[in-house]
Design a protein around this ligand. Structure first.
Ligand SMILES: *Cc1c(COP(=O)(O)O)cnc(C)c1O
Length: 461
């Protein structure tokens, strides 16, 4: 008899399939990780390089609503959404239905060889839904990094300039160019150099850590960034300013209000392409369809991925028609970009956001989450800052009474949450941020239960 674990059949209460039919409950039937997950993890270690890390070594067999079910039959509360991807929920019904039909019709032609309608429809909808009523174009790719790379290609081509401006704490991906655009050395850049040329990093308006206090942060950070661009690069040499409207991996840093509009205005006045990297913030996550709407910022180019297609790999670059049309015929593309399964999934995601009122749902999740996080900050002095919007919120952990980051306590709180069956992720330049990204399909009772687990974990350290 084979002793190899059957990852497709959880031993306890096997659900027929994922999606909303899964019992919406936290249920721990073994320790976390359980014996089957531990066996699978041993196989992973033998077959996959350690460079591919693991946040929580439970092997998932089913997921939907607000839970992940593992190979031992445990049901965990999901505050990660696979890093802000399954915003509409895992195996969301409309996604499943459209992808099922498409996979039986055709799986690939390459849009650049013989096109199909769903790709065009996704682009039409992105052109309608992204901020600004100017004429737009979109094209599709496979990953967030590819979207950011292509935004830079377009900006360089359209402006005839080379320099790219990015910010402290920024994260834009793991390819050569996007790793260069990314701020943090460990784990993203260490010994992977040399990096791409013509990338310049400016200060970010990080209110919690601004030396002269949060009130002065936006104006001073913008003035410093603009002065440094003028002095060190020359505005006329800058192709693009690339910024996340809320920084993701860098620690859910909301730029102080006024900073993004100031940088967008500077870009406009100097013929610089203002690129919003909405890969993590996009598609209802923050209580807007796109986070830059919060301050009425209209980017020239917007990069999207993660939440766009319910877990299927898809990314997009959307921007001013005159910029995107500047590139010569066949200067853009890729074999798989805008794969028909992913396009069908994206159309289902956009329908679901509209039909289920998910922008409002994200706001409601913020209204439930933020007061509870603020109460934690009131009770526990290690919670130095609470921030975020909608279903993208975080706490920053520090030595009490200071802003000194405490990555060790952050990791310990995360481990205790994991052991109790709550999937939480860490983030931050200093590794001292716990971030919360529940799927918008999570029921309120699981959201509240997850926050209670977090509270106990903080109280216990
Ligand atoms: C995740 C992320 C990326 C990279 O996306 P991949 O799909 O992992 O390549 C780029 N920018 C931001 C803001 C992200 O959060």
């Amino acid at each position: 008899m084979s002793t190899e674990p059957d990852t497709h059949q959880p031993p306890v209460a096997p659900p027929a399939h994922g999606g909303p039919t899964l019992a919406q409950e936290r249920r721990l039937v073994t320790e976390i990780p359980g014996p089957r997950s531990r066996e699978l993890f041993a196989r992973k270690r033998a077959a996959v390089p350690q460079g591919i890390g693991t946040t929580l070594p439970v092997f998932v067999t089913h997921a939907g609503g607000g839970v992940l079910v593992d190979a031992d039959g445990n049901s965990l509360i999901d505050f990660g959404s696979g890093i802000a991807v399954t915003t509409v929920g895992n195996a969301a019904p409309r996604v499943v239905e459209r992808v099922r039909k498409q996979v039986a019709d055709f799986t690939h032609t390459c849009f650049m060889v013989t096109p199909y309608e769903s790709y065009v429809r996704v682009c039409e909808r992105l052109n309608e839904l992204t901020p600004g009523d100017h004429e737009k174009r979109s094209f599709l790719l496979n990953s967030g990094a590819e979207a950011v790379e292509n935004a830079v290609k377009v900006a360089r081509h359209a402006t005839g300039r080379q320099a790219v401006v990015v910010f402290d704490h920024g994260y834009h991906g793991r390819t050569l160019l996007t790793m260069t655009l990314t701020a943090k050395n460990m784990p993203y850049k260490h010994r992977f150099g040399p990096y791409a040329p013509e990338v310049y990093r400016m200060p970010m308006a990080y209110p919690f850590r601004w030396p002269t206090g949060p009130e002065n942060c936006a104006a001073e950070a913008a003035a410093q960034a603009i002065d440094a661009i003028d002095k060190q690069i020359g505005a006329g040499n800058v192709a693009a300013i690339v910024v996340e409207p809320i920084q993701g991996e860098g620690g859910f840093i909301e730029p102080a209000r006024g900073f993004l509009p100031a940088m967008a205005e500077y870009a406009r006045a100097n013929g610089i392409v203002f690129v919003a990297d909405e890969v993590q913030t996009g598609f209802a996550r923050t209580g807007h369809l796109f986070a830059c709407e919060d301050e009425g910022v209209v980017p020239d180019v917007i990069c999207t991925a993660k939440g766009i297609a319910g877990g299927l790999p898809l990314a997009a670059v959307t921007g001013r028609a005159e910029l995107l049309d500047a590139v010569h015929v066949s200067g853009l593309g890729g074999t798989y970009g805008g794969n028909p399964l992913a396009c069908e999934a994206a159309l289902a995601v956009l329908d679901t956001i509209e039909a289920d009122g998910l922008v409002e749902r994200a706001r409601r999740i913020g209204e439930i989450t933020l007061p509870r996080l603020r109460a934690l900050a009131g009770r526990f002095p290690i919670v130095g800052d609470v921030r975020g919007r909608g279903a993208m919120t975080a706490i920053e952990l520090v030595a009490p009474g200071t802003t000194d980051p405490d990555a060790a306590v952050t990791g310990e709180i995360a481990r205790r949450c994991h052991a109790e069956g709550l999937v939480v992720l860490t983030a931050g330049t200093y590794g001292n941020v716990l971030r919360f990204l529940p799927p918008l399909s999570i029921p309120d009772h699981l959201l509240e239960e997850g926050l209670s687990i977090l509270e106990k974990a903080i109280a216990s350290v």
